[in-house]
Design a binder for this molecule. Structure first.
Ligand SMILES: Nc1ncnc2c1ncn2[C@@H]1O[C@H](COP(=O)(O)OP(=O)(O)O)[C@@H](O)[C@H]1O
Ligand SMILES: [Mg+2]
Length: 257
């Protein structure tokens, strides 16, 4: 069974950044393989991991359902889809990346979500770690049949809206039939002036147990604006070290069990 880490939080908060640094931690520090899943329709994990994504689950769904792609003789539709998904995975030295993409049309998510869930259930056998970068919540992951989420990371910014959105996302996730072992809150892009008293009291009111406050960091900002992979930032980077400390607490502890 894999150890599954899932990201949740409002768009633009820092989920893909954290997911990328977690992937770096698992591959570099633990030396283990990761299946990275970009389940956010605004795909960006490939960019921060510095890999070129050529196919997505949404593309496969569109080919099979909308364009009725010709399935090779002797192959079932399910096997063909599985084959296409395997082909769409970007294989890097230490991690593989599967990208969900955005299906065409408004009613198309169910089919693509089912494909993703089915694939993830199987991937449990092949990867020690799975890191899923999500859109706001995790609606598309509900109804998975096997091991759900070991560590849910809810990211939010240190603003009133940030806290309220994190609260809404928490309520949404709690309403889903997903089993979550550990749930942690990470405050992202904290400015130098720190967190205001008002935001601090909103966090306390919301009852969030905040595991780490990640500062706004110029190296990360420069890195993304120049289109570099986040895997290239220095080992001494403060945000990377915060993520390392955090993961030592959860992932490392689980690896030792
Ligand atoms: N700690 C940080 N310091 C500076 N910039 C950050 C930090 N975390 C994220 N960013 C920047 O904020 C933007 C949104 O981050 P991203 O991880 O893509 O968010 P999300 O995946 O939640 O949409 C990106 O441009 C990213 O480089
Ligand atoms: Mg993202």
């Amino acid at each position: 069974m894999s150890y599954t880490i899932a990201m949740a939080g409002k768009g633009g908060t820092g989920k893909s950044t954290i997911a990328t640094l977690i992937i770096r931690y698992i591959t570099e520090e633990l030396g283990k393989a990761v299946l990275a899943v970009d389940a956010d329709p605004n795909s960006s994990l490939g960019i921060s991991l510095g890999v070129n994504v050529e196919g997505t689950i949404a593309d496969i769904r569109d080919d099979v359902v909308e364009r009725r792609a010709k399935i090779p003789a002797g192959m079932s539709k399910d096997r063909y889809i599985e084959y296409c998904i395997e082909e769409s995975i970007v294989e890097e030295n230490k991690f593989d990346l599967l990208t969900m993409g955005r299906p065409e049309g408004p009613k198309c998510y169910c089919y693509a979500n089912n494909l993703l869930r089915k694939y993830l259930d199987n991937a449990e056998k092949s990867y020690p770690y799975i890191v899923i970068d999500n859109e706001a919540g995790m609606e598309h992951l509900s109804r998975r049949t096997t091991n759900d989420v070991d560590l849910l990371v809810i990211a939010f910014e240190s603003t009133i809206i940030g806290v309220h959105t994190a609260k809404r996302i928490t309520t949404l996730i709690e309403s889903l039939p997903i089993r979550i072992k550990d749930k942690i809150y990470v405050i992202c892009k904290v400015p130098e002036i720190g967190i205001s008293e008002k935001v601090g009291s909103e966090i306390a009111k919301a009852g969030f147990e905040v595991s780490v406050r990640i500062p706004f960091n110029n190296e990360i900002y420069d890195n993304i604006t120049s289109g570099e992979s986040l895997l290239q930032i220095s080992k001494e980077n403060i945000v990377y070290n915060e993520i390392k400390n955090l993961m030592n607490k959860y992932v490392m502890a689980s690896a030792e069990k």
